[in-house]
Ligand binder design. Structure first.
Ligand SMILES: Cc1cc2nc3c(=O)[nH]c(=O)nc-3n(C[C@H](O)[C@H](O)[C@H](O)COP(=O)(O)O)c2cc1C
Length: 364
């Protein structure tokens, strides 16, 4: 199978590029012949709408640029797989410009498509058989409905160009993909789904419905939580930019170690069985940012309270945000942090030793 991977990704460190790299990992494990095109590196002028490719020079555009070569590669491929960030609810302008310039593939004449819509005739039906179009796209917003226009555009283009479709991978909540340490299980499922999609495309020529579903697995359950994460992210971006840091990975590292996120995650990991007989109040104080949290464990349940000091506690954990992030993400062993006095405990130390048992992190 010959696959043409057409990408129009301006931000090389962004999420479309990231998910495409997982997809390509899967594709690389197959025997398919893959040719990659980066439209950002191509010189392509917009279509002028002169229709000379239908009249005076049938099948040939009057503009001479990289599109000459790309049209030939399009014709030679069985699958054309697109990767674009979602901009203003649609493919970005580079991708749309690419499709404008495929007009020489059509010719005067009409027929009815399977969608019951009028379309133009295809100029090279013998080179078109079973040709398919696929799409990978990432968008920032949470709701799937935000992708309705890009999906519709994609399907109409495929229908209008008499192309079959081989799968659509949409990834909402793109900015939360950086929160992997806080959401290891879900984000691993998503990354694996993109890898699997690449593998399926390369072996079967299409992506399974189940894989497409997994690729869009929600990372957080409500818009409120999404907004919370986004707020933390943008606060860090602002701070980092003031410090002259523009590296997304450094920002993401800081975000994932934010105690607000980590405490929420910890609280959500409660093991009802391990805590069935436990009743305890644990007070966390992050001295560097004066952040206070209470975790109330009450026989199988736990509650997280922010910005309050308890009247009484069974255990007080005093530390700084960085140390807690390192402990949570296993960059430092809690025992070492205690020995180095990066964590100071007051009260029932046994509770601290049992935190992993009471709040077991999800396994990948
Ligand atoms: C010009 C522009 C328009 C955008 N429009 C949308 C949009 O309509 N819906 C959405 O969910 N995200 C939108 N976004 C956010 C991107 O989809 C988001 O950053 C996503 O991660 C893809 O970009 P990336 O590959 O650079 O990360 C827009 C971003 C830019 C820069």
């Amino acid at each position: 199978m010959k696959i043409l991977l057409v990408q129009a990704i301006p931000r090389k460190t962004g999420y479309t590029a990231k998910m495409l790299s997982h997809f390509k990992e899967g594709l690389a494990k197959t025997d398919s012949v893959v040719k990659e095109i980066d439209l950002l590196n191509c010189h392509i002028k917009p279509c002028m709408g002169c229709y000379r490719c239908w009249s005076t020079t049938p099948g040939r555009c009057v503009i001479r640029d990289d599109m000459d070569q790309l049209l030939e590669q399009f014709l030679e491929s069985d699958i054309i797989f697109l990767a674009t960030p979602m901009y203003h609810y649609n493919m970005n302008c580079e991708m749309l410009k690419f499709f404008e310039r495929t007009l020489p593939f059509s010719e005067y004449g009409f027929n009815n498509s399977p969608l019951g819509l009028m379309r133009n005739s295809i100029r090279y039906p013998e080179r078109w058989k079973n040709k398919k179009l696929g799409l990978l796209t990432c968008g920032a917003f949470k709701e799937e409905e935000n992708f309705s226009a890009i999906i519709r555009t994609f399907n109409l283009i495929a229908n209008g160009m008499n192309l079959g479709t081989c799968g659509i991978l949409i990834r909402p909540e793109s900015y939360l993909l950086r929160f992997k340490p806080a959401k290891p299980k879900t984000i691993t499922i998503i990354e694996k789904a993109f890898e699997r999609a690449g593998y399926e495309l390369g072996t079967k020529g299409y992506i399974e419905k189940e894989t497409m579903e997994k690729a869009k697995t929600p990372i957080v359950s409500t818009s409120e939580i999404y907004i919370n994460y986004a707020k933390i992210y943008w606060e860090y971006v602002e701070e980092a930019y003031k410090e002259g840091i523009h590296d997304e990975n450094i920002i993401a590292e800081r975000v994932t170690k934010d105690p607000v996120i980590l405490m929420k995650e910890l609280n959500s990991y409660i093991d009802p069985e391990a805590t069935a007989k436990v009743k305890a109040i644990i007070y966390f104080h992050f001295t560097d940012r004066d952040l206070k949290f209470i975790i109330k464990i009450d026989r199988g349940k736990s509650e997280l309270i922010r910005d309050q000091e308890p009247e009484k506690f069974d255990l007080k954990v005093e530390t700084d945000s960085k140390t807690w992030g390192d402990v949570f993400l296993r960059d430092i062993h809690p025992r070492d942090a205690l020995m180095q006095k990066k964590i100071v405990l007051k009260g029932d130390k046994y509770l601290f030793t049992n935190l992993d048992k009471y709040f077991p992190p999800p396994s990948d």
